[in-house]
Design a protein around this ligand. Structure first.
Ligand SMILES: [Zn+2]
Length: 406
């Protein structure tokens, strides 16, 4: 992962990755080899070059492996004792495995202990980079494991790196100009993955006090039987926690629907006014993903993934962490995250950029270009439904505004 020394005169984008992390990610039973595709494509496109962008420069940062105490700030000792013991990959009590969610889509695997420490540590490293002068943005495409729970693995997620990163951000303070108690920072978590961010929203649900400092917001598909089901995956209601927000979308969600939904995102952001944003950029809602639920385009039009991420990166004043997660068409996930890295660097590539000749070039057949375009799926998010979304969010934004004024 070695690259030229970043240009510290420019804004720094920390890119958390390492050969060790890619190697251990390869062992994960899902998304095999995706990590290698992403980072090699980013390199082949020249994103790691010192002068790729006139305004920002990339710093390749290897993740620091998380220790037991860091992981234990959220996960239970029982869960960690089991997943961090290599003897439990082949052995280990079956009943305990079931209890800890280590079955079906989350089987124990060779390298699991190192994987948990490195992925958990990678998102924490991204947070630590934001504390360095000149670094406003950190990227960790190997992170974003939003289904992992305090005492259970779930949905291909063995470590709750998003939750650990949010907990680290919650501990940050800044000096009080009036010499009172240090001022706590406000953090907003926004999740764009196709699936509901149950691990993260459950972790912080109803934890906001009179002076809230953390808001979690998941945009996703929700339907009976669609993983994961949760009462928290529904639109805000008069009784729901205004700092735990969901915006479920119906099948076929396209740029048009995301552009409309984004109005709610902007209202929430303006009312909450976060100092830090953690943006989970799962890309399984893109057209062509095997999940085949949404029909979202990578870019560049209004409402596309690039447009939404670009709003956060370029127009929100907060410091940001961008995380990965879902994306089961592996070359499309690599296209998306390489492209979003160029967006984060303030120098978006053209979407008709040809895929450069590199080790994984044949994977990008038949288009051999960067773009992921929308398909023909019908967008079932009707005007009536989107009006109901607006109404629910108008009400919740009023509640957030009231609470923030206290
Ligand atoms: Zn997903």
């Amino acid at each position: 992962m070695a690259t030229a020394e970043p240009d510290w005169e420019k804004g720094i984008v920390a890119y958390v990755a390492s050969a060790d992390l890619t190697k251990v990610s390869f062992l994960l039973p899902s998304n095999r080899n995706r990590s290698a595709l992403v980072h090699t494509l980013a390199r082949a496109l020249g994103l790691f070059l010192r002068n790729f962008s006139p305004t920002r420069t990339i710093a390749l940062v290897p993740p620091q492996s998380a220790g037991f105490a860091e992981l234990n700030s959220y996960h239970t000792k029982e869960y960690l004792d089991f997943v961090l013991d290599p003897n439990n990959v082949e052995g280990g009590d079956e009943g305990t495995k079931m209890e800890l969610g280590l079955e079906d889509d989350c089987p124990p695997f060779e390298g699991m202990a190192q994987y948990v420490c490195l992925v958990g540590g990678a998102s924490l490293t991204a947070v630590k980079m934001l504390c360095q002068a000149g670094c406003e943005l950190a990227v960790c495409w190997d992170g974003g494991r939003h289904h992992a729970q305090k005492l259970q693995a779930s949905g291909f997620c063995y470590v709750a790196d998003c939750t650990l990163a949010l907990m680290a951000l919650r501990r940050l303070t800044q000096p009080n100009p009036t010499a009172g108690l240090p001022i706590k920072m406000r953090t907003m978590y926004l999740d764009l993955d196709l699936h509901f961010s149950d691990g993260v929203l459950h972790a912080f649900h109803r934890m906001s006090t009179a002076s809230p400092h953390l808001l979690t917001f998941s945009i996703h598909h929700a339907a009976p039987g669609f993983f994961p089901t949760s009462p928290l995956a529904a639109l805000p209601s008069p009784d729901s926690d205004p700092f735990t927000l969901s915006l479920p979308l119906r099948p076929g969600a396209s740029n048009r629907t995301f552009a409309r939904a984004w109005q709610c995102v902007e209202l929430v952001r303006a009312a909450f006014d976060p100092d830090y944003v953690v943006l989970q950029c799962g890309v399984d809602g893109l057209a062509g993903d095997p999940c085949a639920v949404f029909n979202w385009a990578l870019g560049p039009d209004e409402g596309s993934l690039r447009w939404c991420v670009g709003r956060v990166v370029n127009e929100w004043c907060s410091k940001k962490v961008l995380l990965g997660r879902g994306g089961y068409d592996l070359p499309n996930a690599a296209r998306a995250w390489a492209y979003l890295t160029s967006v984060a660097l303030g120098h978006p590539l053209s979407l008709d950029t040809p895929i450069p000749d590199h080790a994984h070039f044949p994977t990008y057949a038949p288009s051999f270009s960067l773009d992921v375009t929308a398909g023909n799926m019908q967008d079932q998010n009707t005007s009536e439904y989107l009006l109901a979304v607006d109404t629910a969010f108008d009400a919740v934004v009023n509640k957030i505004t009231e609470r923030m004024a206290k």
